[in-house]
Design a protein around this ligand. Structure first.
Ligand code: FES
Ligand code: FE2
Length: 365
């Protein structure tokens, strides 16, 4: 048997400058898409994946490539907890990737089948997503990996809904678009949210948190109707906490008395020129039906998506860009966090946080 290690090395080199953050969990698909003995394809960080569910209901993620001759395993079939390749019928245990059978072998053959592995990744279900832990190509999976992210909820009963949209951009553009406070009055102008004329000066406190930063708990802007409504109903102040954490998570929690709303947006790199926003929200606000929320949410996402499609048009020509203070400071923190994390992984030293304490930022939006 010949192991083609050069392939892994080549792949690592090709992906090295794509600006992806490896060794993190990323959402690959919705749980509901993975059912029966269907094999489903997905792509994360330019790695083709095949996802499925074993007969015991456990989700798995394998590299969508047979280690024999590279044909996508997704053309094969799932049989209980074994994936069978469509080309020569090699069979792999789906969760571990271990080869369990090579039909062409005779009793004379000495090949140790159990030493052959198809590429596979840790895979978990949370909040209606199938998460895949993407360890860097050509590296061994760490012995302990963190738990997959979970959305915070604050009561037993709640509503939950999911939205997603693709952006034709590098994940970095998607992320800084997501945390950009200054585009609201221009991109998200609508009768139900706010008018352009409502633009006013804001002042928000930020603090460092591990691998990210937090917009410290505050009362949300007075020019957004939904927050005013919430305050009117509970008679208690609304507090909002917004976190950004590497590699790509933005969470927001709004609480007022017993009522709460919690959401998470992730921007996941599919390829270097394509990313996807996955948005999940949960709440116990009795007056907010899922259908209404989805209508507003879709409008918001579409507004962002249309803007990013236009931006991609401009970015094709490699323009020089600028980040200004204070409105673009979160974007600067993101780039610094990412660079410092990569540096600490390279050197094995501790990660330097780009913020040395709480900061107040001011902008108009
Ligand atoms: S290519 Fe998959 S078994 Fe040969
Ligand atoms: Fe937006």
């Amino acid at each position: 048997m010949m192991r083609i290690d050069a392939e892994a090395a080549q792949e690592a080199a090709a992906q090295a400058d794509a600006g992806f953050l490896w060794d993190f969990w990323y959402p690959a698909a919705r749980s509901t898409e993975i059912r029966g003995s269907k094999l489903v394809t997905a792509m994360l960080l330019e790695v083709p994946l095949v996802l499925g569910r074993t007969s015991e209901g456990k989700v798995f993620a394998m590299r969508d490539s047979c280690p024999h001759r590279g044909i996508p395993l997704s053309y094969g079939r799932l049989d209980g907890n074994v994936v069978e390749c469509c080309y020569h019928g090699w069979r792999f245990e789906a969760c571990s990737g271990q080869c369990v059978e090579i039909p062409s072998l005779t009793s004379q053959d000495k090949l140790k089948v159990e030493r052959i592995f198809a590429g596979h990744y840790p895979c978990e279900e949370r909040d209606g997503y199938v998460w895949v832990y993407m360890n860097a190509p050509g590296t061994k999976l760490a012995e302990t990996i963190p738990a997959a992210p979970a959305l915070n909820v604050f009561s037993d009963k709640y509503k939950i809904t999911h939205l997603s949209c693709e952006l034709p951009s590098h994940v970095d553009q998607g992320i800084i678009g997501l945390m950009d406070p200054a585009h609201g009055p221009f991109v998200h102008r609508s009768w139900f949210w706010r008018k352009r004329a409502s633009i006013h000066a804001k002042e928000k406190k930020f603090e460092p948190i591990p691998n990210g930063f937090r917009m410290s708990p505050h009362s949300p802007s007075t020019n957004s109707a939904p927050y005013q409504l919430l305050k009117k109903i509970t008679g208690e102040p609304v507090t909002t906490t917004i976190d950004f954490v590497l590699p790509n998570l933005r969470t927001e929690e709004d609480r007022s008395g017993k009522l709460w709303f919690s959401s998470r947006a992730t921007v996941t790199p599919v390829r270097r020129d394509l990313c996807r926003i996955d948005f999940v929200a949960a709440w116990n606000l009795f007056f907010l039906p899922v259908t209404i929320f989805r209508m507003f949410g879709k409008t918001f996402l579409r507004q962002d998506q249309e803007t990013m499609i236009r931006q991609a048009e401009g970015l094709k020509h490699n323009p020089r860009l600028m980040l200004i203070d204070d409105a673009d400071r979160p974007a600067k923190w993101y780039f610094a966090l990412k660079a410092n994390l990569m540096e600490s992984r390279r050197t094995g030293g501790p990660m330097v946080h780009p913020m040395d304490g709480p900061v107040t930022l001011r902008w108009r939006s």
